[in-house]
Ligand binder design. Structure first.
Ligand SMILES: [Zn+2]
Length: 260
């Protein structure tokens, strides 16, 4: 498993699965087949399948280890979760996430922070796991950091229309007293902080890492495909595209679609 260094911070990808269920033209409704053809030589096969027109999306968490903290950013889809609206994520029994975390040298007990860029089902799944018929926090010693704006919006949505992923992946960690809701510019310390990036969801945040003059940004669902780095004006039905120029030398992790 590759360990990427950002100064004294290390970042490892914990890949749960590779998703090839989303059609590129429906995902990015302003694009045409011709647009994709222009980029397919470098996007295929890791980020796009020209034969099927499907995106290749990596469902992954990021394990961030600083001198002080062991942090998991985003927790994928999860196993045994009822997701009837997304049949390809419904009642999975992949058993990939925790073994790959172990391969990276970390047990759930070692994790002291879990950060979710936003509260969609594919970013909160392993917040909890099914033990003896109950959803319990996967990371028993962790504080789970959610944007207060994001939680307020999803809590209101859940009250209007109950959401399975709130029931099984958010409420159990709140009930366990492990959630800390924070402002969208919350700083854990001088190496790890949140940056507001609303659009995909109202309280979406990116996680900014900085150490010894090096920077990386975990972009959550601000970026779904590396093509958005070269076509930043394109919009996606699901995402808000960052229009400001990419600061030189920064690494945008979610733009790196590299199946393991
Ligand atoms: Zn999302």
């Amino acid at each position: 498993m590759t360990k990427h260094a950002v100064g004294q911070i290390t970042v490892q990808r914990i890949v749960e699965s590779i998703c090839t269920d989303f059609d590129a033209l429906r995902f990015f409704p302003e694009t045409t087949a011709q647009d994709w053809a222009q980029h397919s030589d470098w996007l295929a096969p890791r980020a796009y399948h020209p034969d099927t027109g499907k995106l290749v999306l990596t469902i992954q968490a990021f394990l961030v280890q600083t001198r002080h903290h062991t942090i998991v950013v985003d927790t994928c889809v999860g196993d045994h979760k009822p997701r009837e609206k997304r049949p390809f994520w419904h009642m999975l029994k992949l058993n990939t996430f925790l073994p790959r975390l172990a391969q990276a040298g970390v047990t759930p007990e070692n994790v002291d922070y879990v950060m979710c860029t936003h509260l969609h089902p594919d970013h909160v799944g392993w917040n909890t796991q099914l033990i003896d018929g109950h959803w319990v926090p996967t990371f028993p010693n962790a504080k789970y950091i959610f944007s207060d704006l994001e939680w307020n919006n999803f809590e209101a949505l859940h009250q209007r229309k109950p959401q399975d992923h709130i029931t099984d992946s958010i409420l159990p960690v709140i009930e366990a007293g492990q959630v800390q809701t924070v402002r969208n510019d919350f700083a854990l310390d001088d190496e790890v902080w949140l940056e507001p990036s609303p659009g995909h969801t109202p309280g979406h945040v990116c996680v900014h890492l900085a150490s010894q003059g090096k920077h990386a940004v975990i972009t959550g669902d601000c970026i779904h495909s590396p093509v958005q780095c070269v076509e930043p004006a394109g919009s996606c039905v699901l995402t808000w595209t960052r229009r400001s120029p990419t600061p030189h030398g920064w690494v945008f992790w979610n733009a790196i679609a590299t199946p393991t």
